[in-house]
Design a protein around this ligand. Sequence first.
Ligand code: BES
Ligand code: MN
Ligand code: ZN
Length: 492
Amino acid sequence: MTDASATVSDVAVSTARSAPKAATAVGWAVATKGAVPRQLGLSRAALEANGFEGNPGQVLAVPNGDGVAVAIGVGEPGAIDAAGLRSAAAAFARAASKHAQLATNLADVEGVEAKVAAQAVTEGVLLASYRYTGLKNDAKNASRLVALTLVAGPKTEKDVDKGAQRGQTIASAAAFARELANTPPTHLNATDIAAKAVEIGAEAGLQVEVFNKNQLEQMGCGGIIGVNRGSTEPPRMVKLTWSPKSPTGHLALVGKGIMYDSGGISLKPSDNFHQNMKMDMSGAAAVLATMSVLKELKVKTKVTAWLMCTDNMPSGSALKLGDVLTMRNGKTVEIHNTDAEGRLVLADGLSLAVEEAPDAIVDIATLTGAALVALGESIAPVLGTSQALVDQLIERSAATDEPLWQLPLDSKRYRKLLDSVVADMKNIGGPYGGSITASIFLSEFVGDIPWAHIDMAGPMMVGADDGIYAKGATGFGTRLLIDLASNFSPPL
Ligand code: BES
Ligand code: MN
Ligand code: ZN
């Protein structure tokens, strides 16, 4: 696997008091009122005559010589927030996509703290420029971005520089998660992602343990072993640990790593919708990408992570309907649909996380098509046993603009939908409320530890370029989990 995410970390991001000569595309923030930056060389009347009013995210590219000056709308003076800046920066990057050296004063805008603004702008430019080109012979679609300069005033320069560095680290992580999810399933199997984790762990100051099929069997991880039964590729569970000195808390992360989800015996149809099941490891990708930058960001929280990696395939040895699996925590599950496999691998991961008694567990998974039905492609359901933890996630999701919406974990009403005649539970509920019943299933494996679950089936990918996203995998959840780990406070 080639690493286009490296291009994001290779971009030279810097801060300066003015736009460097070499920057052929320079973006200037323009509000709906007030002065227009003189460097644009245009009056407000001229901008308006071309349909540019300064609304958030609006851009107008004005050619000058070999380069381009770009007016970037930031809305009412002082009204823009970090999410708006990230989107505006993405719009600028798209308008300037033919250029290698970019500069902008967007991080020096009224109303957002300089460090936060610079982080958002850097993320916006870098993530909008990401392209998956690892398997293309023709590189004409590859990102041309080589350098980004954030233009800042004397007072903000230092903070802008700090924010820009943080933004680049975080954007590189999100791009890495995209890269993993965009990679075809045979180019990235469970063994490959585990090897990748070992490689990254060494650089990122993590302890990495890889568990193979025999070890998982011996550990009683009946969920991941069961799902793997139909596959010729062996499973891998990866445990990653970030142990800072005198940690301020302990967060556990669990990621669904279905490297390819065919549905198993409950085979999926070969339609467009299922074309994307190479991305069914997007949860594990977000977790691995998060872990990869904790050292660089000097995160004070201890973080332990489990990646639950296997294919879900049909074959003569595959899991059958009616089979009963015994999970790591001893609970038994009757299989009613082999396509509800994510919850089976997560059951083992959550059980193992509980054994370490962390302050909280968060899992992230492309778990249910029902999440798409409930909240669409842009918003991910969040459910959990701890309202304080769910609230913390929702707060972080607002800061990172990776939207979550809480659904009720109403076990009192819906747990009975999982009742099985022969085992402790079935692996599916009824035809409705699929994201809720899947979460109730997961809640059987979290004991008394505060827990929350993010179902990223909707936002795992976009069908067309959109803001910071390039057609394909989004890396959703990476920035959110990094932000959570950076600001984590143990829920009471
Ligand atoms: N990986 C899928 C869910 C999914 C669907 C993710 C679309 C992203 C986009 C999951 O394993 C699955 O197949 N879920 C089933 C569960 C059902 C059998 C209870 C579903 O949602 O149809
Ligand atoms: Mn499935
Ligand atoms: Zn799946």
